[in-house]
Design a protein around this ligand. Structure first.
Ligand code: DX5
Ligand code: ZN
Length: 222
């Protein structure tokens, strides 16, 4: 049985130095990261373009044993899914707002033996993901409008959703991590945890910290 009080820290490579991405992955893992968060952006679902399957394959080859937590901020996750499944990532999280049959995409990820994640934007009501909670291993609550790192944590719009998801999980006897992503640092991580989140994505606060190990350790504190 997974302990959802066990905090998981997932630095986002979006904030890493891409010139030396292999070293940056190892730096994060040596500094105590549990997962590495991969922010895939298509320039259509969000107003930014980041990287695709080939780059993720390079990350997987650089850190074969790392847990790769993949966040697809793309309009057609169904169309590209096979190419991401082939990269060897550990989970794939898709947006409920994307243009696909959500349950079908989640089923294909499950079928491939990869962790199944679903996410929603700050402006999306939490009811939108309610029908899919028995199909997933992880629910990512975006705590910023997706597309860029370094934005401010959107507490009032998102924490009630985290609390509601934790309540539904308990009431329905379901099993999924609750992940938060965007503006997570030593101040906001405890706020998110107090509402029920246990997976903390940290881009700026981890990769841009003067002491990454101290920054990651601080994300585990209440
Ligand atoms: C934003 C990404 C986040 C972002 C987090 O679209 O999904 O993962 O990289 O960056 P910080 O931690 O800097 O807010
Ligand atoms: Zn992300």
């Amino acid at each position: 049985m997974t302990d959802y009080n066990q905090r998981i820290i997932a630095p986002s490579l979006l904030a890493a130095d891409w010139r030396i991405v292999g070293d940056e992955c190892r730096r994060a893992l040596d500094a105590g990261a549990d997962w590495l968060h991969l922010d895939v952006m298509d320039g259509h679902f969000v107003d930014n373009i980041s990287f695709g399957p080939q780059y993720i394959r390079a990350v997987r080859d650089a850190v074969p044993d790392a847990y790769l937590d993949t966040h697809l901020m793309i309009t057609r996750p169904d169309h590209f899914l096979d190419r991401f499944l082939e990269t060897g990532v550990d989970n794939i999280t898709v947006h409920v707002e994307s243009d696909h049959e959500v349950a079908e995409t989640l089923g294909r990820i499950r079928e491939a033996g990869v962790g199944v994640g679903l996410t929603l934007n700050p402006s999306t009501p939490v009811e939108k993901v309610a029908p899919f909670l028995d199909l997933i291993d992880l629910l990512l609550v975006m705590t910023v409008v997706p597309g860029f790192g370094g934005q401010a944590f959107m507490e009032t719009e998102t924490m009630p959703k985290v609390a509601q998801l934790a309540q539904w999980r308990a009431e329905r006897g379901l099993a999924f991590h609750i992940e938060v992503d965007g503006g997570i640092d030593a101040r906001t991580a405890p706020i998110a945890a107090s509402h029920g989140a246990n997976v903390m994505v940290a881009g700026t606060s981890a990769f841009r910290a003067p002491d990454m190990a101290a920054a990651i350790a601080a994300l585990r504190q209440d």
